[in-house]
Design a protein around this ligand. Structure first.
Ligand code: SF4
Ligand code: SF4
Length: 276
């Protein structure tokens, strides 16, 4: 039996036994290489489920849609390791109750899709530990190395050119499971913190503010990159920040559902005095 058929059977079992009220998975998209989210509420709807190497989107953002988990019923969701790390962060930030989530885990290597063993986020802690061990290597990127060779003025010019293409559509924010504020700072107009026009200064402010908000929280899923209509390499800046956070604080985002947020934690014995 293929992994897709195995998971269809499991989804039908979970729904028919009442273990979950819904399973979030993937179905065919507009083209052969694209998938779109599937919200399965009955065993029959599991027939539409697809699980293959095109199922790359991190679906975890749908879990925090308003009201979905408020009845305390369980929801199943198809997640790759980056998605499992995401639900750990969302739980640590009090956005969801991890006990309500049944994980249907899978991973993709090239064209091959494999099942991950376990169904609760805690079942994957050894896997996530191994991801942390490999993170210094995994976060390496030839373009980051090239940018590091530039002087600050040249690096600034590179990002200025990239951000100059931004049209302030906010698709990156909408696609990112970590951007869950009900009202984003860029949507506040009294006072207007960040200019909404897509001019150089406003674009820089928006993209830098977002990169800081994602520091120590981005799992590198790529939802933002894929959503950006002008192909700004958004993951690159987040990966560079992740390198910094890993090196300075030994912190990789999403290790557990109790992990403290690295840029929002305070310790009384902090050697920096700026907080006091
Ligand atoms: S910033 Fe991009 S890569 Fe990072 S978690 Fe959000 S969508 Fe994923
Ligand atoms: S998706 Fe791209 S163009 Fe749209 S706001 Fe984000 S960076 Fe700018």
């Amino acid at each position: 039996m293929t992994i897709q058929e195995q998971y269809k059977t499991r989804v039908r079992e979970l729904l028919s036994s009442g273990t979950v009220k819904m399973v979030i998975g993937y179905k065919a998209g507009t083209t052969a290489d694209r998938r779109r989210p599937l919200f399965i509420r009955t065993p029959e709807e599991a027939d539409q489920l697809l699980l293959d190497s095109a199922c790359i989107a991190n679906l975890s953002g749908y879990l925090i849609a308003e009201g979905l988990l408020s009845d305390e019923k369980r929801v199943g969701i198809f997640l790759k390791p980056d998605g499992i790390r995401t639900i750990n962060i969302l739980a640590a930030e009090a956005q969801l109750n991890i006990e309500q989530i049944i994980v249907l885990g899978f991973d993709i290597t090239g064209q091959e899709v494999t099942a991950l063993q376990g169904e609760t986020a805690g079942d994957f802690s050894a896997l996530i530990e191994s991801i942390k061990e490999g993170a210094p290597e995994a976060l390496k990127n030839p373009l980051i190395d090239q940018l590091e060779q530039l002087n600050p003025k040249e690096r600034f010019a590179y990002w200025q050119a990239e951000f100059s293409r931004c049209i302030k559509c906010y698709a990156c924010r909408q696609a990112c499971p970590m951007c869950y504020c009900r009202r984003c700072i860029v949507d506040c107009n009294q006072p207007q913190w960040v200019n909404t026009s897509s001019h150089t200064l406003g674009n820089f402010e928006w993209n830098i503010v977002r990169a800081f908000h994602l520091s120590g929280r981005c799992v590198g899923c790529g939802n933002c990159d894929r959503a950006c209509p002008v192909n700004i390499p958004l993951r690159l800046i987040n990966a560079r920040m992740a390198q910094e956070v890993l090196g300075s604080f030994d912190h990789l985002a999403g290790m557990s559902d109790t992990q403290e947020p690295v840029l929002a934690s305070f310790k009384k014995d902090d050697s920096e005095t700026f907080i006091l």
